[in-house]
Design a protein around this ligand. Sequence first.
Ligand SMILES: NC(=O)c1ccc[n+]([C@@H]2O[C@H](COP(=O)([O-])OP(=O)(O)OC[C@H]3O[C@@H](n4cnc5c(N)ncnc54)[C@H](O)[C@@H]3O)[C@@H](O)[C@H]2O)c1
Ligand SMILES: O=C(O)C[C@H](O)C(=O)O
Length: 324
Amino acid sequence: MATPVKVTVTGAAGQIGYALLFRIASGHLLGADVPVQLSLLEIPQAVKAAEGTAMELDDCAFPLLSGIEITDDPNVAFDGANVALLVGAMPRKAGMERGDLLSANGGIFGPQGKAINDHAADDIKVLVVGNPANTNALIAQRHAPDVPAERFTAMTRLDHNRALSQLAAKLQVPVTEIKHMTIWGNHSSTQYPDLFHTEVGGKIAAEQVESEWLRDTFIPTVAKRGAAIIDARGASSAASAANAAIDHVHDWVNGTDWTSAAIVSDGSYGVPEGIISSFPVRAQGGRFEIIQGLEIDPFSRERIDASVRELLEERDAVKSLGLI
Ligand SMILES: NC(=O)c1ccc[n+]([C@@H]2O[C@H](COP(=O)([O-])OP(=O)(O)OC[C@H]3O[C@@H](n4cnc5c(N)ncnc54)[C@H](O)[C@@H]3O)[C@@H](O)[C@H]2O)c1
Ligand SMILES: O=C(O)C[C@H](O)C(=O)O
């Protein structure tokens, strides 16, 4: 068998962790022929619960799972890691915005970024799920000067999938007929799900829906879906978040011609260089690249700029907290 790929999952005993680990171990993250070594990072109080999940993973006898290690030490957890899923962080409660979690969660990501810098494998790929995901990814990236910045990403794939599903329901088409969906900006209520480049049946989606629906229903439904889930479930999204994390890494590694991911900006589309913002991306040879050359209409420009402004405010807030 090939050498196993080491996948480190933080917050392994949490609700996303529980929905994620079994799918990684069964081959959905990297492919049905890629053996996986799992490394679970938890805080000391939750190590026992992570051990319980590991017992269940053992009991599945997954052919691709070559081993599981569990630790509360980031230096051990990230040692030799090829893929790191940074999930461990507090979820928001009803009435909070994700940005309200910055001071509670920001402190987690500096030490983890440094541990990745010092111990991870040369090909490390990092996906930050813990909220506020974009800015936590920025914190981690800034603590890892030896790792190429492009390896730090944050998750907007859940927003992308939500947008696909809402549009498919509206137009009564299968999600597979929708091409070129894009989420711009922050994984927050300012995000901009863009239907002006999305195509359904080869035609622009924005031209197939009423402009009021696009503005007053579609955008807010997608952008506030996380809060609606918390309201309905009494807990933040877990299985759909785990599914999106699988999609993000799977496509990053195996390639895609178009999806959404929050990656370090190179200044494209007027998004200031260095912040981690969602773009339309393709993946090729294990690298994301921003899809270039899209025309941005004034309606879209205003919304992209608003979300980017929020990212700049979050960056300045973590600067003043001494986190970057
Ligand atoms: N980007 C997205 O689309 C998206 C979607 C859903 C949830 N989230 C976020 O993901 C995070 C996790 O959500 P959840 O529902 O699994 O929460 P949860 O509370 O069920 O689990 C979080 C786990 O993280 C662990 N943890 C806390 N600090 C840690 C640290 N320093 N190192 C390792 N583990 C640590 C906790 O012990 C806990 O087991 C939250 O911040 C949530 O808001 C993001
Ligand atoms: O909304 C949240 O706080 C959880 C997560 O980010 C989501 O989008 O479901």
